[in-house]
Design a protein around this ligand. Structure first.
Ligand SMILES: Nc1nc2c([nH]c(=O)n2[C@@H]2O[C@H](COP(=O)(O)OP(=O)(O)OP(=O)(O)O)[C@@H](O)[C@H]2O)c(=O)[nH]1
Length: 132
């Protein structure tokens, strides 16, 4: 099964997505996390670093692996911290997990998007702390 490494770049409670080329025969026009195929001899993490450098001009400081997801491909997601603004020729944007539910996304990403919604919730300070 093809292994694919993807980077979940965070900006507050929003995440970076780019739109697959509408002329790509594979999943045209879907909104995805940046990344790509793990080539022979690479680890998922080294593939992620290469893809983000090639696709977005981003050098990673840190990538935290999340559980893999299996469907049409084996997806290796990583939480990424980077201060560099991504540049891409594709359409792109920063989206909340709730926004993503209204976008066409690969089916394998749905459980991941649910997990991101929980991450965003957990990192909010408890309401009580804001009131006192
Ligand atoms: N980049 C990316 N790919 C994803 C995501 N979710 C997901 O299921 N995939 C799948 O993982 C595969 C990515 O492989 P790839 O980057 O080599 O893209 P590709 O199939 O167009 O191959 P290519 O290298 O020939 O252009 C695609 O089948 C894509 O649909 C995601 O969030 N980001």
């Amino acid at each position: 099964m093809k292994a694919v490494a993807i980077g979940l770049l965070r900006h507050g409670n929003r995440w970076f997505l780019q739109r697959r080329d509408p002329s790509n025969p594979v999943l045209p026009g879907l909104w995805e996390f940046p990344g790509g195929k793990v080539e022979e001899g690479e680890t998922p993490e080294s593939a992620l670093m290469r893809e983000l450098r090639e696709e977005l001009g981003v050098s990673l400081h840190f990538a935290e692996p999340m559980p893999t997801l299996e469907g049409a491909v084996r997806l290796h997601p990583f939480l990424v911290r980077s201060d560099v603004a991504p540049r891409t020729d594709l359409a792109w944007g920063w989206f909340t997990a709730a926004d993503m539910l209204h976008l066409p996304v690969p089916p394998l990403n749905l459980p991941l998007i649910a997990a991101l919604a929980r991450i965003a919730d957990e990192s909010q300070p408890p309401l009580a702390d804001l009131i006192t």
